[in-house]
Ligand binder design. Structure first.
Ligand code: COA
Length: 339
């Protein structure tokens, strides 16, 4: 048993925090692997065998991250059976905000009419949704807020270099959302774990377009505002970090991997998930996987998979569910929830 995670609060608190509704939204336009072979030198066989991805979704002209997020939020509110005016706080996890400011959460507030909510964004790349869940939990257990809307949303195709075959085949657009609220009966978030390593920021990042570098290098013309990735390094850290986070969250929950009815991992690469399943000794059937249809939608990925698991009845009341993510930063996180 590892040392208890000091960040865990829900277990010690009397106020359990439950996910009372989920939603997701994927843009209609499907981009297949076959279409990508017209942009870069690649093949359907290479992409499927190396990643498991067959197709991904791409935003329509004029569709931005807040549009994805607002649609997912609306679906989550309907699923929870509550009105937008009951939301006290909106947190959007994204690395592709509509603008530097206002926050994407503010745009979502306006679109869904959540006039009573405070709003802000969280930047933790693909781990953002679980970071936001942890933040929401803190606000609810501390009695600051009752109802928090957490959204993971990214329009990653807006920051993909469509001439770089190492990255452009991996990503897609989409959003998922969850409504969190105190609910009696003991069900809810049992443990959470978050971690970061800024020392590895240069294996997965977007160098330009912020306050350090321009979007395009004036001398070389290099697109610094697009995703740069050291694939193999990222792969290695994804496996070890997600295992580390899973083990810590499970230890805090006093559970073993075999107690889990469903595992919802970051949807980056099927081989990464298989490696984790192998090391955790949990059969692949217990893992929720939809990356074949959507690719890696960054902060949206686990949120979308959670909604699909919810709507397809993969989680029954009382089941233990593990959410586990990994992203640029580096950032990684896990959460055990009793559904
Ligand atoms: C990117 C990734 C799929 C590459 O798979 P891999 O097994 O490491 O790749 P391999 O070593 O077998 O192949 C690399 C070769 O394929 C080539 N290649 C890269 N992308 C390709 C593509 N889309 N089509 C064809 N060939 C490609 C490379 O140029 C390289 O060629 P070289 O050996 O001649 O230099 C894998 O490393 C990965 O998934 N990493 C993690 C990415 C990730 O999850 N990022 C987001 C985290 S949130």
């Amino acid at each position: 048993m590892s040392t208890p995670n000091p960040r865990t609060r829900a277990q010690q608190s009397k106020r359990t925090v439950s996910i009372i509704g989920t939603g997701s939204y994927l843009p209609e336009r499907v981009l297949t692997n076959a279409e990508l072979t017209k942009l870069v030198e690649t093949s359907d066989e290479w992409i499927v065998s190396r990643t498991g991805i067959k197709e991904r979704r791409v935003c329509a002209e004029g569709e931005a991250t807040s549009d994805l997020a607002a649609n997912a939020a609306q679906a989550a509110l309907e699923n929870a059976g509550i009105g937008a005016d009951e939301v006290d706080l909106i947190i959007v996890a994204t690395v592709t905000p509509d603008m530097f400011f206002p926050s994407t959460a503010c745009f979502v507030q306006q679109k869904i009419g959540a006039k009573n909510a405070a709003c802000f964004d969280v930047s933790a790349a693909c781990a953002g949704f679980l970071y936001a869940i942890e933040i929401a939990q803190q606000f609810i257990t501390s009695h600051t807020y009752d109802t928090v809307l957490v959204i993971g949303a990214d329009k990653l195709t807006s920051i993909v270099d469509w001439t770089d075959r190492n990255t452009c085949v991996l990503f897609g657009d989409g959003a998922g959302a969850a409504v969190l609220r105190h609910r009696g009966g003991g069900h809810g978030v049992i443990s959470t774990f978050m971690a970061s390593d800024g020392g590895l920021s240069d294996i997965l990042y977007i160098p330009g377009g912020g306050s350090r570098f321009p979007a395009v290098d004036e001398k070389t013309g290099e697109r610094l505002n697009c995703i740069k990735m050291a694939g193999k390094e990222t792969y290695k850290h994804a496996v070890t970090s997600m295992l580390d986070a899973a083990n810590k969250a499970l230890a805090d929950a006093n559970l073993d991997p075999e107690d889990l009815a469903c595992i919802i991992p970051h949807q980056a690469n099927l081989r990464i998930i298989e490696a984790i399943a192998d090391r955790m000794k949990v059969p692949m059937e217990r893992f929720m996987i939809n990356l074949d249809r959507y690719g890696n939608t960054s902060a949206g990925a686990v949120a979308i998979a959670l909604d699909e698991a919810n709507r397809t009845g993969r989680m029954k009341v009382g089941d233990y569910v593990l959410l586990v993510v990994f992203g640029g930063g580096l950032t990684w996180a896990a959460s055990v929830i009793q559904w």
